[in-house]
Design a protein around this ligand. Structure first.
Ligand code: ATP
Ligand code: AMO
Length: 467
């Protein structure tokens, strides 16, 4: 086969070399009948290619043909790398140009696109500046982006977002494997609600009532009862959320952990601490290009985090809020607004935008949560926040079946629907705990994006079931 060069790797060192590239036509600008500038894009990177009429090499028909190509058509370009006098604005590879000797149309896009990729890739500031200059441009709204997601996905920022997402998942897996965890897969079709909440998709399982799993909670705990020791899962989570928020999806990817505990639920928080510090370090180190691409469209400050993650108790958090003049119920849950506020207070006082809040009031946690032995109004549980928003919930679990059954009943759960789960604890269950992370939320908040739909490839929300 012939040797192909990626657009992103065409650099000045390749001067005078012949390269063969495949990409999409981002723009074509004819200058008279003898020259055309074609910006070719491949996975978020762009290079300017120049087609000039030259006897025996490039005919004027070829220039005419090139200018007839529609945007987003796929082309193969062969040409020599040259160094332009001035950096090329409007291409990521600014220090090089390609002098085209051959141009083949591989596949055409329709002439009118629902989204112009260049417009879709601009930052708010760039849009404002362009509008001030009186440039023609269309602001692409979220719904249009999602309706034509495969076009929207072609922007450099989106290319970056989904690479980061893959890295987060990869680091989660690699880190846990290195600490002796076993990857598992639990069923997504189950007989009852796993979180006790109402936000559950119900369906008919060949005559039996069933649900789409709201979490792998019950089965990941059962894997501990089955002596797998320390487990993790990466899998889909279904929540029939009915309200429309910037951070709730009806289907998301859960990163779940469950492990035996020897002495204290802090052993679970230790895993969170090591895992996320390693993750943030690795993203900052290995994903520089991707983070830059995201930041160009959606400017953000790098996440501030400590080498050892800050842990505050819920009571300490309440106290900080109180001192700042925010009254909250000491045995209730924090609402979104007070979570945000506390995030700010913590960042100001401790210099970190990533922290753990633990010992939540028992009343606001799910039925399977272990109460504190010294004060049962509180629980051995925690949430973890990035920039004032929740990315993780976790806890030690109740491992005594009689108590678990009682708690489920008190929380209004039909115990029959989870009887095999409760029975699992009758054959000797070790103390254990774990946590669940929302993958899309981690990416959204690490990059300070304003909407979880940006970090889900094909988001499912209360209204959207397509594409
Ligand atoms: P989890 O369900 O895992 O706890 P979450 O981020 O969905 O994660 P919730 O416990 O549902 O958090 O809610 C935390 C707080 O966020 C609630 O106290 C509530 O004030 C707020 N909240 C939750 N869902 C919504 C919603 N759909 N719209 C507005 N605020 C919400
Ligand atoms: P929880 O319900 O808090 O806990 O979910 C865990 C994490 O999943 C994410 N998350 C969501 N992400 C997108 N859209 C949603 N609708 C949504 N709901 C939750 C959040 C949240 O922190 N079984 C427990 C975990 C455990 O204790 O192990 C659970 O499901 O990032």
């Amino acid at each position: 086969g012939r040797k192909w060069t990626e657009v992103g790797s065409v650099t000045p060192e390749m001067k005078d070399q012949v390269v063969l590239i495949r990409g999409r036509v981002q723009t074509i600008r004819p200058v008279g009948k003898k020259i055309a500038f074609v910006v070719v894009r491949e996975r978020g990177f762009t290079v300017q290619c120049v087609l000039t009429v030259k006897p025996e090499l490039v005919s004027s028909q070829m220039v005419k043909y090139a200018t007839s190509l529609s945007k987003e058509s796929i082309v193969d370009v062969e040409g020599v790398v040259t160094i332009p006098e001035k950096p090329i604005t409007g291409a990521t590879q600014q220090q090089v140009e390609v002098q085209i000797s051959k141009l083949y149309g591989v596949n055409r896009a329709v002439p009118t696109l629902p989204i112009n990729i260049e417009d879709a890739a601009r930052s708010e500031v760039e849009i404002e500046q362009a509008l001030e200059k009186g440039e023609q441009l269309v602001r692409v709204n979220q719904d249009t982006r999602l309706n034509f997601r495969i076009l929207d996905m072609r922007t450099p920022a989106n290319q970056g977002i989904f690479c980061i997402q893959c890295q987060v998942e990869n680091i989660f897996r690699q880190f846990l494997l290195s600490e002796g965890f076993v990857g598992i897969h639990t069923p997504k079709l189950i007989g009852g609600s796993s979180e006790g909440g109402s936000a559950v998709f119900r369906l008919d399982y060949k005559g039996q009532p069933a649900c789409l799993a709201q979490s792998p909670q019950l089965h990941k705990q059962m894997a501990i009862c089955g002596d797998l020791g320390r487990v993790f899962e990466v899998g889909p989570v279904f929540r029939a959320e009915d309200s429309f928020t910037h951070r709730h999806l009806c289907e998301f990817t859960g990163l779940d952990v469950e492990m035996e505990i020897k002495e204290h639920y802090s052993e679970v928080m230790d895993v969170v601490d090591r895992l996320f510090v390693a993750m943030f370090d690795s993203l900052n180190e290995k994903c520089k290009k991707e983070l830059e691409a995201i930041g160009r469209q959606y400017p953000f400050e790098p996440l501030k985090y400590l080498r050892k993650t800050l842990r505050l108790t819920f009571a300490e958090g309440i106290q900080m809020l109180k001192e700042a003049g925010v009254e909250v119920d000491p045995l209730g849950d924090l609402n979104t607004e007070s979570e945000r506020k506390l995030g700010q207070l913590v960042a100001d006082k401790y210099g970190t935008e990533f922290y753990i809040l633990h010992k939540y009031p028992q009343a606001v946690r799910p039925f399977y949560t272990m109460p504190c032995h010294d004060n049962p109004s509180y629980s051995n549980s925690f949430d973890v926040f990035i920039r004032g928003e929740e990315i993780i919930s976790g806890a030690q679990r109740v491992h005594v079946p009689e108590f678990l059954e009682k708690r489920a009943g008190e929380c209004g759960i039909d115990v029959k629907t989870i009887s095999t789960y409760i029975d699992s604890f009758r054959y000797g269950a070790p103390p254990h705990g774990g946590f669940g992370v929302g993958l899309e939320r981690v990416v959204m908040l690490f990059c300070a994006l304003n909407n979880i739909r940006k970090t889900s490839l094909f988001p499912r929300d209360p209204q959207r079931l397509a594409p």
